[in-house]
Design a protein around this ligand. Structure first.
Ligand SMILES: Cc1ncc(COP(=O)(O)O)c(C=O)c1O
Length: 444
């Protein structure tokens, strides 16, 4: 049951089929090129797309826009300290800004950075700082409770291979976005802490979805069955030396982020100076005072049991509705999205003709639903499953919208033999960025 109700609403409308067909053609069969106004249920991302509470909007009016020493900064600092346990913070305009600040400070040419799985901007910032990102996910049985965990032995093997002195940081991303939003256990975070100590490395947690992770821990890790989500949230982060945060997720805001440092004054000071260079002075760092206020309130709301339970359960609800109409999805569902196995849903379309992207196009054509392909189109030449991700913005959609998504899938399934693959017509120079702007057309 959702422990909130709507106070402000935004009109959405479903263009008629002919308009949707035309929009899709004009967008070059790439839904990033669609106007949001032409999308009915937008499941492109959960990043910065959620709904703020009345308390957050009210707090924005208190925004202190002073360049230096803003009171809004102090309120954010207090919230991060209370909710996450970090007193030293360097604010940034969003997660990747915080990543630039932290990894630019920690990583040098020739270094290696292990992570349970690097999110794409994390990978890019490690590379940009001269480092080599190394993914160390655990191998899990289907249905296992903590499929996002770090393989700590793989980190030890890496250290044996390259030398511990070449590993400045061990990173764990909670939840593991690139692994279908699967959670990480506290037990695994403790082991990650141990390995970081062995290597004399900084232990960093990418905490974007720390509240969702805490909820999974409470539900699945016996030791925490009686703890509150707020208690678990602090406990799981207590092992980290530093956090990197995109507030656009569990900060429950539309923009903003920060680096948090526990007690390493030298690291904090160097990150602070880099923050001033790239993000802005330490007491605003790329955010307006009103944005700092909204995040200060959002962080506290994110660990309220009723909120986070309904958030994670809504994702599960979408997964169940899809399974009822026979859609193959990854289970158990993660914290922020449902992942559909497009190759299984559209078996006649070969990988080179982008079954995921074909499905994304059909979902828009059929029901004005926007998801995102994470397969051969987004990651050309990589040996990955052909997935479509349906991300739920926080506190935004109702059950009717989820039912509409399931009905849309069912309608596409009914005519799946007629769905054709796609080919790329134009793409940008950087292959890694092609899914944002490339244009396609149906294969003849
Ligand atoms: C795990 C993770 N880290 C970092 C980022 C980057 O955050 P932002 O989009 O705010 O730059 C994201 C965004 O999706 C993410 O999921």
């Amino acid at each position: 049951m959702r422990a909130y109700k709507a106070k402000a609403v935004e009109r959405i409308s479903l263009p008629d089929r002919a308009e949707r067909e035309a929009n899709l053609r004009e967008a070059g069969y790439n839904v990033f090129n669609l106007d949001a106004a032409d999308v009915f249920v937008d499941l492109l991302t959960d990043s910065g797309t959620g709904t703020m509470s009345d308390e957050q909007w009210a707090a924005m009016m208190r925004g202190d826009e002073a360049y230096a020493g803003s009171e809004s900064f102090h309120r954010l600092q207090k919230a991060v300290s209370d909710v996450m346990g970090f007193e030293r913070i360097v604010p940034a305009h969003q997660g990747r800004g915080a990543e630039n600040v932290l990894y630019g400070t920690l990583v040098s040419e020739g270094d290696y950075v292990p992570n349970n799985t690097h999110f794409d901007t994390t990978r890019a910032h490690v590379v940009n700082s001269g480092g080599e990102p190394v993914d160390c996910p655990v191998e899990s049985e289907p249905g296992a409770p903590f499929q996002g965990n770090l393989d700590v032995d793989a980190v030890r093997d890496l250290a044996d291979e390259v030398g511990a002195e070449r590993i400045p940081a061990v990173v764990v991303t909670i939840t593991n976005n690139s692994m279908a939003g699967q959670p990480v256990s506290v037990e695994n975070l403790r082991r990650a802490r141990e390995v970081a100590d062995e290597l004399d490395a900084t232990f960093v947690v990418d905490a974007c979805r720390f509240a969702e992770n805490a909820y999974f821990v409470q539900q699945r890790e016996a030791e925490f069955a009686d703890a509150s989500v707020a208690e678990v949230a602090r406990e799981q982060l207590s092992y980290a030396d530093a956090v990197v945060m995109s507030g656009k997720k569990d900060g429950l805001v539309n923009v903003g982020g920060f680096v948090g440092v526990r007690e390493d004054d030298d690291l904090y000071e160097r990150a602070r100076q880099r923050g001033i260079l790239y993000e802005g002075f330490t007491t605003y760092g790329g955010m307006a005072g009103r944005d700092l206020e909204a995040m200060a309130v959002g962080l506290r709301e994110a660990v309220e049991q009723e909120y986070v339970a309904s958030r994670v359960e809504q994702v599960a609800e979408l997964g169940e509705l899809l399974q009822e109409v026979g859609v193959p999805i990854r289970t158990p569902t993660g914290g922020h999205a449902v992942y559909v196995d497009a190759a299984e849903f559209l078996p006649a379309i070969p990988r080179e003709q982008f079954p995921g992207q074909a499905l994304v196009g059909e979902l828009y054509r059929e029901g004005g639903v926007r998801g995102v392909e994470l397969g051969e189109f987004a990651f050309p030449g990589e040996d990955r499953p052909q997935l479509v991700r349906l991300c739920l913005p926080r506190r935004t959609y109702f059950r009717e919208h989820l039912e509409h998504v399931a009905e849309t899938f069912a309608a596409v399934a009914d005519r799946r033999e007629d769905v054709v693959g796609l080919e790329v017509v134009s793409e940008p120079e950087m292959a890694e960025l092609r899914h944002f702007s490339a244009e396609l057309r149906p294969v003849e």
